[in-house]
Design a protein around this ligand. Sequence first.
Ligand code: NAI
Length: 331
Amino acid sequence: MKITLYSAQPYDCRSFDEVLASHFPDAELEFVYQEASLNLHTVALADKSDAVCVFVNDQLDADVLEALAAQGVRAIVLRCAGFNNIDLEAAHRLGLFVARVPAYSPEAVAEHALAMIMTLNRKTHRAFNRVREGNFALDGLLGVTLHGKTAGVVGTGRIGLCMARILQGLGCEVLGYDPYPSEAFKAFGEMVPLEALLARADIVSLHCPLTEQTHHLIDAKALAGMKPGAMLVNTSRGALIDTPAVVEALKSRHLGALAIDVYEQESELFFHDHSAEIITDDVFARLASFPNVLITGHQGFFTVEALAEIAQVTCANLLAFAEGLECPNRL
Ligand code: NAI
């Protein structure tokens, strides 16, 4: 089976090659790595492929799916958990097999959220630069003790549960909000309505998927309902927050700090080196100018273990499709 793997980075090629050699030596899976992301202009790269393998910023709207199907592509395998970037209705109408990797080291994402909270709170990113320049002054590096603070977890699924466990370990009082509450969360904290969570939490961490219901979940109204000076953390999907509203909340100093690993318009920027270019996204540039904003480029998942898991599950999904077997990760 020939598979065109879009948005291929060197680490994708390495992890897929290693997993194929170590776990699937006899499998007839031939990956063709394409650096380009998938959109209507790059569909032709998958010509004569049986399947395409895609990531978070590849576009899989109805037009792209129709073009893929017309070329003979029969399967789409997402090497990510979120599937907000695919028109599933169109895919099903076209008879395409679609599968994802539902969980790859949820701890990895929660640990990255923790790293962002710790960095932003104790300003270690600024301390690192200061000390390298021989500046040992502490003014401007003041943080708060997290022990005893209240932390809110929005979305108590796989990653949210890991986050709740970590926050409990720090000695925080943990609140959770989820329209489908999980029993497991009760071991770490109290489930409350979203408004109560926002009003009480010193740290709000988002761990829900991007859907029609969660689009701009954190808008101007939600921000106004947050505790003054609170920290907002988003490692899930950029469009969970209304970014211009967040900029206003930072400017008015109502929002105390922001940590984001995802950004609504990230497909224009993330995963590529733009360091020698002019960035024309003014909202992003404004965000990057705040001393109390920490941005990383969608690296929450990026651990050795998670990359291996992604490659293994993706190959297993492809083999299930090829052999007509039941696939638990099918969408
Ligand atoms: P999950 O499906 O295990 O949990 C999501 C939870 O969100 C579920 O409990 C669900 O009931 C809840 N939820 C649904 N609608 C909600 C709403 N309106 N308000 C609050 N909660 C709601 O998903 P998992 O594995 O925990 O992943 C969460 C998200 O993290 C993914 O959808 C993905 O967008 C993001 N992610 C980010 C990564 C990164 O590298 N930064 C890597 C992997 C996932």
